[in-house]
Write a protein that binds this ligand. Structure first.
Ligand SMILES: C[S@@+](CC[C@H](N)C(=O)[O-])C[C@H]1O[C@@H](n2cnc3c(N)ncnc32)[C@H](O)[C@@H]1O
Length: 262
């Protein structure tokens, strides 16, 4: 596989195992993915054909949530698990804001750095959500001013044993009042078929997943005030038009919410 390594692919990455960032990139129609990622995504789509639409709906939630934060006066975004840049990146929706993208996948960080080379307000760093200190130490974000902390479609890649709750609590404690937390997370939906098969598929990847119940997801917002409409399926969160929601919003597979730090 290393013979297929394009010039933009850092030598540190494991090209032989599918990775969440690159599978998601493929689902969204991007080009920063490898054969293993594409094969994995195609298997995923066979088991769960709505996965591609779910990725798009998640991304659309991210865009609406960033617009909401901008309208609430937020001028700094810390986007953890930011992924490979694709349509509707935070710095495009909030061009006047400071943005720090953080991901633990080197391909995502390399692509972000290339995209942001001439951008004085936005930057990217390699970091792990479960290791907050180096991220909180970045000079890009000024924690004396309100911040929007984005953890969109990332916490479901972090098992309880890796301490996602403790990490989120640490970030939240660093945020000044008036900050926002924007979060989406793969959720249990009894009506959706194929989830067990998909769980087994992900176990073989470099990014095994963990779906959580709505109550478990809500617990990530501890100490914060969820803004209306609370924790809902992604298309239900402040849709641009009612037609976007559809009759079965749970087929979006992902629940989302935005909360304010009082
Ligand atoms: C499904 S993508 C979501 C990308 C983007 N946030 C969005 O919603 O469009 C999940 C991203 O989380 C990253 N990720 C997974 N575990 C992580 C961790 N422990 N720390 C930082 N990033 C992580 C993956 O590399 C991937 O880029």
């Amino acid at each position: 596989m290393t013979g297929d390594r394009p010039s933009w692919a850092p030598t540190s990455i494991d090209l032989d195992r599918p990775n969440a960032a690159r599978v998601y990139d493929y689902l969204l129609g991007g080009a920063a993915n490898f054969e293993q990622d594409r094969e994995f995504a195609e298997q995923l789509l066979q088991m769960m054909p709505q996965a591609r639409a779910a990725a798009r709906l998640n991304r659309a939630f991210l865009r609406r949530a960033v617009r909401f934060c901008v309208s609430a006066g937020i001028q700094q975004f810390l986007d953890i698990g930011s992924g490979i840049p694709t349509a509707g990146n935070v710095h495009e929706i909030a061009p006047d804001a400071r943005v720090l993208y953080v991901d633990n996948e080197p391909v995502a960080v390399t692509h972000s750095e290339l995209l942001l080379a001439d951008n004085p307000l936005a930057s990217a760093m390699l970091g792990d959500l479960t290791n907050p200190d180096p991220i909180l130490a970045s000079p890009v974000i000024d924690f004396s001013q309100p911040v929007a902390l984005l953890m969109v479609a990332v916490l479901h890649f972090i098992p309880d044993s890796a301490g996602p709750r403790e990490a989120v609590a640490r970030y939240v404690s660093a945020l000044p009042p008036g900050s926002f937390v924007v979060l989406s997370h793969g959720a249990e939906a009894p009506t959706i078929k194929g989830t067990e098969q998909v769980d087994r598929l992900y176990e073989r990847s470099a990014s095994p997943g963990v779906r959580r119940t709505p109550e478990e997801i809500k617990a990530f917002f501890a100490g914060l005030e969820l803004v209306e409409p609370g924790l809902v399926w992604t298309p239900e969160w402040r849709p641009d038009s009612p037609d976007e929601v559809g009759d079965h919003p749970e087929t979006s597979l992902v629940m989302a919410g935005v909360a304010r730090k009082p």
